[in-house]
Design a protein. Structure first.
Length: 344
């Protein structure tokens, strides 16, 4: 603890400061640009302008590698597989097709452009599932580097922010119904906060549909992460020695299984039941703790990322992010035209 404490204190202070800065933003801007982005940016500024002493390194690494895993397990209390059932078979099919497409496009373009495979995965999963939350949850599974996480978060935020402004304009130009626009925003916009902002910018009805669709995407995050872990284990089979059971164990870290277990317990109502016994709104309490731990973890990512490493990656990932987001948006629109909107 004496090795970890100095750096941990710095990341916690950075996270609290980021939350304070985020609170100063206008309400609409704050809804679009999440506090996680502010934490990464603040960490980047401090970590690159100040020469941080080596004594802080263990605590900063602990913030991202250990606290993040705890946060991901607690995230399971926000997800319910009942949402997947409630939204309807056609809508779930649409979501699965678009999630697969986003991951395939990001990987294909990344391979063509020579972008590191792990960075392409993070960009793809951010577009496919739930933005920065999915990026931070996937990063430790594939052993992504700090600069790759920072780059993926920046790419995801940029195109998610643009979507908040562009989607309502395009929706009105295309004369989309509230249900169709809500489905479009819910399936194609990245972060949950950005989806909510986009949907309600169009209409209250569209906002409700968008939120329901997005929560269904979120509920599938654990399944996607498990699939990515297995895919990486298979691709790197020569590096992962041992039996099939050992490969599966190494590709499915305990924190992913913990996330799935908590999500199942929440689906069955066990989390709410335990909250009743404790006279607490336990799902809300766990959400608050999880969000703050993610904030601390991402502050650590910013503090340990060097802009020189990001410059070496180049601007190509931004174009991959744009192409992935555009492909998802266009495909979502035509699937809605073909299958109909959520609930339709």
């Amino acid at each position: 603890m004496r090795r970890v404490l100095p750096g941990l204190v710095v990341t916690i202070v950075c996270a609290i400061t980021a939350r304070w800065f985020h609170g100063l933003l206008p309400a609409k801007a704050g809804a679009v640009v999440g506090e996680v982005v502010v934490a990464v940016l603040l960490g980047l500024v401090i970590g690159n302008l100040a020469r941080l002493p080596e004594i802080l390194t263990p605590g900063i690494r602990f913030s991202f590698h250990s606290l993040l895993r705890v946060a991901i397990v607690l995230l399971g209390a926000q997800f319910s597989f009942a949402q997947v059932v409630a939204i309807g078979g056609k809508s779930v099919l649409m979501i699965l097709v678009l999630m697969s497409l986003a991951l395939l496009v990001a990987h294909a373009l990344g391979r063509m452009a020579g972008v590191p495979g792990r960075l392409a995965t993070l960009i793809g999963v951010g577009t496919a599932v739930c933005g920065n939350t999915a990026i931070t949850a996937t990063a430790p599974v594939i052993h992504a580097r700090d600069e790759e996480v920072s780059f993926a978060v920046a790419t995801n935020t940029l195109f998610g922010t643009l979507a908040v402004f562009l989607y309502p304009l395009l929706g009105h130009a295309l004369h989309l119904t509230d249900a169709a626009f809500g489905t479009w925003a819910g399936t194609a916009v990245n972060d949950t906060s950005q989806v909510v902002a986009t949907g309600f910018a169009y209409s209250d009805a569209a906002g409700k549909v968008a939120t329901a669709v997005k929560l269904t995407r979120n509920a599938l995050m654990g399944v996607v992460i498990v699939g990515i872990g297995l895919a990486y284990a298979r691709a790197n089979a020569s590096e992962v020695k041992g039996s099939l059971a050992l490969r599966i164990k190494q590709s499915l870290p305990l924190f992913v299984l913990g996330f799935l277990l908590v999500a199942v317990l929440n689906t069955l109502g066990a989390v709410a039941w335990l909250g009743t016994l404790l006279h607490r709104d336990l799902p809300h309490d766990l959400q608050v703790v999880s969000r703050f731990l993610i904030l601390v973890a991402l502050a650590g990512v910013g503090l340990s990322t060097r802009l020189s490493a990001m410059r070496k990656i180049g601007a190509t990932p931004f174009f991959i992010g744009f192409a992935t987001a555009a492909t998802t948006a266009v495909s979502s629109y035509f699937l809605i035209r073909w299958l109909g909107p959520a609930g339709g």
